[in-house]
Design a protein around this ligand. Structure first.
Ligand SMILES: NC(=O)c1ccc[n+]([C@@H]2O[C@H](COP(=O)([O-])OP(=O)(O)OC[C@H]3O[C@@H](n4cnc5c(N)ncnc54)[C@H](OP(=O)(O)O)[C@@H]3O)[C@@H](O)[C@H]2O)c1
Length: 349
């Protein structure tokens, strides 16, 4: 079978398509013939050596796949060969076949195609944890979603809209019209405008009830200052560590230096909460994640949630997929597809 490997840290072109033996089934697992595999920003950081969780090269990244069950270990019940499924993989997803613990595999509703299914697990689970489990967003509350046009961003927009919140979003200007249609009422071009000034103007100084911030650097401190009393700031990423396709260590150090320290006394005096989320470190909390993903899959099957696919790329073109994300061209999710899949490039973004 073929897989895409990171042989060493570097720009997108280091990604290498290689032929390897298919992975062996182990107790408690199923083997999936992959038809679509989700690309996440963390994969870009991993390729640049900026993602501490990722095993050292050579490594195959990829957190989520959709496909059909090819084999089932004798001790596993509830799955059959040929069944359409979606799975959380935690590395290894950029491949034609993966072996996954059965606890991380979910039946795929018939109304969802493979690319749409592969777009769902990481983005929507993350958004669900941010908005509901940690953010406790209530109807009518004001929420700011940074990177609203990205994979997690659009998932969060859709969940916040279902929750009838008032949505503020930051994104590159070219993404604003689409985001407005998705239900973001107030849009800020964060690369050109002063975000704190814009929020103060738009909220008439009242501030925000919830901020979802994956940027890092000085953005975390700015986001904190935008909170209203009883406001929550959820930190979940450090996109600013990646200044482009090539790693720039000085810029990384500068972003790390600009991270704020939150003092407990200050938090009490301000009546504000700062919360961190890392889905990769919730892997063991399957009893929380599994029902959440089942709910999200059901909502997607009913059409209440509509994952947005920015672009699909054949597995062999993973480097182009990474470059597309670095260049901020995506509106929604980037997905790799394996030949014979239902995948069709939609070309949004
Ligand atoms: N903690 C968790 O569990 C968790 C889980 C998933 C994702 N995340 C984090 O959430 C963030 C979004 O992830 P995603 O997978 O949904 O990706 P994504 O948002 O689809 O990533 C690409 C978009 O991010 C924006 N961006 C901001 N800074 C960027 C930079 N330095 N380089 C390139 N693009 C940049 C761009 O949108 P604009 O055009 O609007 O700038 C770009 O289109 C990442 O920081 C990721 O690490 C965290």
């Amino acid at each position: 079978m073929r897989q895409v490997c990171i042989p060493r840290y570097g720009p997108p072109e280091v990604l290498r398509l290689e032929e390897v033996p298919e992975p062996a089934l182990q107790a408690g697992t199923v083997r999936i013939a992959v038809r679509a595999s989700g690309v996440n920003f963390a994969d870009l950081l991993a390729r640049q050596g900026l993602y501490p969780d990722c095993p050292k090269p050579p490594v195959v990244v990829g957190y989520e796949v959709a496909g059909t069950v090819e084999a089932v270990a004798p001790d596993v019940t509830g799955f059959r060969v040929g069944q359409r499924v979606v799975a959380l993989t935690r590395f290894g997803g950029y491949a034609e076949k993966v072996v996954v613990p059965a606890a991380q595999v979910f039946p795929l509703p018939s109304s969802l195609d493979f690319p749409t299914a592969a777009a769902l697990p990481v983005n929507y689970l993350t958004a669900y944890v941010l908005v509901h489990l940690c953010g406790h967003l209530q109807p009518g509350e004001r929420v700011l979603i940074h990177n609203a046009g990205g994979g997690v961003g659009l998932a969060a927009v859709q969940l916040c809209r279902l929750q009838q919140a008032e949505i503020y979003g930051t994104a590159s200007a070219g993404k604003h019209e689409f985001l407005r249609q998705q239900g973001v009422e107030h849009l800020i071009d964060y690369r050109r405008e002063d975000v704190p000034a814009a929020i103060r103007r738009l909220t008439q100084g009242r501030g925000l009830d919830l901020v979802l911030d994956p940027l890092g650097g000085r953005s975390f401190a700015q986001s904190y200052r935008l909170l209203a009393p009883l406001g929550r700031l959820v930190l979940f990423g450090m996109s600013r560590l990646s200044g482009g396709p090539r790693r720039r260590l000085l810029s990384v150090a500068w972003q790390l230096l600009r991270l704020p320290r939150f003092h407990p006394l200050r938090l009490m005096q301000d009546n504000r909460a700062v919360i961190g989320v890392h889905l990769g470190h919730l892997w063991e909390a399957q009893q929380r994640l599994r029902p959440a993903l089942e709910t999200l899959l059901a909502w997607a099957a009913e059409g209440r949630l509509r994952p947005v696919i920015a672009q699909t790329f054949p597995l062999a073109e993973a480097a182009a997929a990474h470059r597309y994300l670095h260049e901020r061209r995506n509106l929604g999710k980037v997905v790799l597809t394996v030949a014979g899949s239902e995948a069709q490039a939609s070309g949004a973004g």
